[in-house]
Design a protein around this ligand. Sequence first.
Ligand SMILES: Cc1cc2nc3c(=O)[nH]c(=O)nc-3n(C[C@H](O)[C@H](O)[C@H](O)COP(=O)(O)O)c2cc1C
Length: 187
Amino acid sequence: MLLVVDCCIRGGVSATRKYYETYLKTAAEHDVSVIKLAELDIEPLNAETLRKRDELCEKKEFDHETFRMARQFRDADEILIAAPFWDLSFPSLLKVYLEQVSVCGLTFRYEDDGSCVGCCRAKRLLYFSTCGGYFGERHLGFEYVKAFAAMLGIKECVPYIIEGMDIDPAWRQDILDRTVRRLRHGC
Ligand SMILES: Cc1cc2nc3c(=O)[nH]c(=O)nc-3n(C[C@H](O)[C@H](O)[C@H](O)COP(=O)(O)O)c2cc1C
C-alpha cells in the first residue's frame, strides 16, 4: 500500500496537491491510501496525551487506537508526503502528524547499546513540495523529513520540489503546468 500524507492546507487550490495527484495518475498506483491532515482532528502532544501514550507504550499496548496512524505508517510499502514550503520548512500540521507516528517500540526502537533502529516497512519516501521562492542550498522541510524517515528505517527519500512559484503570480500556473507535463511524459 502506498500511503499518501497530504498536508496541503489550501485544499483544492493547492499546487502541491495538483503536483502529487498528477504523479499518482502517471505512476498508476493501485493500492493507495490518502490521509488529508487538514481534515483530521489531530493536536500536538501535550502533558496529558503524552503521559497516556507513555503508559500505553510501557504496557506495549500498541493495538490501541492512539497508535492507529503510527501502525499505518509502519506498515505502508511506500510513503508519499506532500506539503507546501512554509516558513522555510512545512506547515506545523505535518509536525503534529510526525509526532503521532514517531513511537518508540512501534515505528522505531533502541538497541541495548543505545543505537536507534527503524521499524517501518517502506523502503522509499517521496516528498512533494512547491515553494514561493528559491530555497537555496537545502530545503529544510525535505531535509527534516529525510532525517526523520531514516530514524524510522526508510532509507531512500526522493524530492519532487518546484521552486519560484510566487516570483511572478502570472508564472505560477505555467510553472506548475510545465512540471506536471514533464511528469506525464516521464522526463
Ligand atoms: C504561511 C505561508 C508561509 C510561506 N512561507 C514561504 C517561505 O518561507 N518561503 C517561500 O519561498 N515561500 C513561502 N510560502 C509560499 C508557498 O511556498 C507557495 O505559495 C507554495 O506554492 C504554496 O503551495 P500550495 O499551493 O500547495 O499551498 C509561504 C506561503 C504561506 C501561505
